[in-house]
Design a protein around this ligand. Structure first.
Ligand code: ZN
Length: 374
C-alpha cells in the first residue's frame, strides 16, 4: 500500500468561499505568528520552541484573537504540525531544506484537513463549519476514503482539492526494453533510441503575451481595481503555462514508463545548476526536476527500474561506438565526427546511449534502482 494524492478542481459556493478565505487567513496568521515567535526565541536565547509549547501558545492566541475560533481548530493544529515538519526538514542536514518562510497573502493559499475536519460519504465531501457538499469536478472516483485533504487557491484564483488516499499500485507486465534518457534544453528529453521529444517551450510561446500583460500591469496605479485585474490576468497566464508544461511531462513520463522495463537517467544537481543564471530559466522552463520526480514514482508503481547515472559521466564527449573521448565539446556543437571510428555523432542521442550503457553496467554490478551507477 502506498499513498497517492488525487487533485481536482473545486468550485466553492459563495458561503464556502468566505469560509475558505477565513480559513486561509487564520492558518496563515497562526503560521506567521508562531514562526516569528520561534525565530525570536531562537535569536534571543538560542532555544527552540517545542511543538507542544507551540500548541499551548495557540490556545492563548485564540483567546487573544477570538476570530480564530470561526474556523475549524483542526486546521490551525495542522498548520502547527506542518510547521514542525518544515523545521524538522530544515534541521535534517541530509535534506538541505531551507528555513520555513512567512506565508504571503498574494501567494498560493492552502489548508490541510485531517479526518476530524471533513466527512467523506458516497464520494462526496463536506468540511467542518459548512453544511453544503463541496462542489468538486471529479475526473475519476477516489479508490477509498481519503486520510486527509488539502484545499487550496492558486494565484489565478482557482480552487483545488487534493485528496490523500491509500492505493495499491499494479505492476505492469514486464517489458524487454531498456532506455537511456538525456535531458536537454532544445528537446525536453532524447532517448537512446533516437526519439526527440521536442520541447513545448510554453514560456516562449506565451512570453510575448506575458511581457505585454506585465507591462500593462506595471502602468496601473497601486491599490487600484485595474491593477488587481491586471495582476489576475498575469497570474492566469502563469497558471496556464504551468498546466501545459505539467501535462506534457505527465504524458511523456507515462509513455516512457509504459514502454521500458529499465530507465536510465542522469542524476541532476538542480540547485547547483539553477544558480547558473543563464541555464536557470531554461531548466525551470523545461522542468527537469519534475520530469525525474514523475519518472521516479511512476516507475516505482509500475514495477519498473529507474537507474540514476552519475552526473559527472562524460556522456556527451564519449563516442558510444568506440568509447573514444574528445577533450572539448562546446555546448553549441550539436554534431561531431568521432576521430576514433569515424562515425557521425548526434550529441544528444550519443549522450542518451552512454547513459543507458552506464546504467545497465551499474545494474549488472549490483547497484540498486535508486542508486548511483557510473
Ligand atoms: Zn567512435
Amino acid at each position: 500500500m502506498t499513498k497517492r494524492a488525487y487533485k481536482e478542481r473545486l468550485y466553492p459556493t459563495p458561503e464556502q468561499a468566505v469560509l475558505l478565505a477565513k480559513s486561509f487567513g487564520s492558518a496563515r496568521f497562526v503560521w506567521n505568528n508562531t514562526l516569528a515567535y520561534r525565530t525570536e526565541v531562537y535569536q534571543q536565547r538560542e532555544e527552540s520552541v517545542s511543538h507542544s509549547a507551540a500548541e499551548r501558545r495557540l490556545v492563548a492566541l485564540k483567546a487573544e484573537y477570538p476570530w480564530l475560533k470561526d474556523v475549524s481548530s483542526v486546521i490551525l493544529q495542522q498548520t502547527l504540525r506542518d510547521q514542525k515538519a518544515a523545521l524538522d526538514n530544515f534541521l535534517n542536514p541530509k535534506l538541505k531544506a531551507r528555513y520555513p518562510r512567512f506565508k504571503r497573502k498574494d501567494r498560493r493559499q492552502s489548508i490541510r484537513l485531517t479526518k476530524a475536519a471533513f466527512r467523506y460519504r458516497h464520494g462526496e465531501i463536506t468540511i467542518a463549519k459548512s453544511s453544503e457538499l463541496l462542489p468538486i469536478r471529479w475526473s475519476r472516483p477516489l479508490p477509498c476514503a481519503p486520510s486527509s485533504i488539502t484545499l487550496s487557491r492558486d494565484r489565478a484564483g482557482r480552487y483545488f482539492i487534493s485528496c490523500l488516499c491509500e492505493f495499491s499500485p499494479e505492476a505492469l507486465s514486464v517489458s524487454p526494453k531498456t532506455v537511456g534518457i538525456d535531458l536537454g534544453l532544445t528537446d525536453l528529453f532524447i532517448t537512446s533510441r533516437g526519439e526527440k521529444s521536442g520541447n513545448p517551450r510554453h514560456l516562449k510561446r506565451y512570453e510575448a503575451r506575458l511581457v505585454y500583460r506585465q507591462r500593462r500591469l506595471a502602468k496601473k496605479q497601486k491599490g487600484s481595481k485595474n491593477r488587481a485585474k491586471a495582476t489576475q490576468q498575469v497570474a492566469r497566464l502563469h497558471a496556464k503555462i504551468a498546466d501545459c508544461r505539467r501535462d506534457a511531462i505527465h504524458k511523456a513520463t507515462r509513455t516512457l514508463v509504459n514502454e521500458n522495463q529499465v530507465l536510465c537517467v542522469e542524476s541532476l544537481n538542480i540547485t547547483g545548476m539553477v544558480k547558473n543564471r543563464h541555464l536557470a530559466k531554461a531548466i525551470s522552463d523545461a522542468g527537469w526536476g519534475e520530469f525525474v520526480r514523475q519518472l521516479e514514482y511512476k516507475a516505482d508503481w509500475a514495477g519498473r527500474q529507474l537507474v540514476k547515472v552519475s552526473q559527472w559521466l562524460p556522456s556527451s564527449k564519449t563516442c558510444h561506438h568506440c568509447s573514444h573521448r574528445v577533450d572539448k565539446l562546446p555546448l553549441s556543437q550539436r554534431h561531431w565526427h568521432c576521430d576514433g571510428c569515424g562515425h557521425a555523432i548526434d550529441r544528444d542521442i550519443n549522450a542518451a546511449r552512454n547513459i543507458r550503457t552506464a546504467g545497465l553496467a551499474g545494474l549488472a554490478c549490483g547497484a540498486t534502482g535508486a542508486g548511483t551507477a557510473a
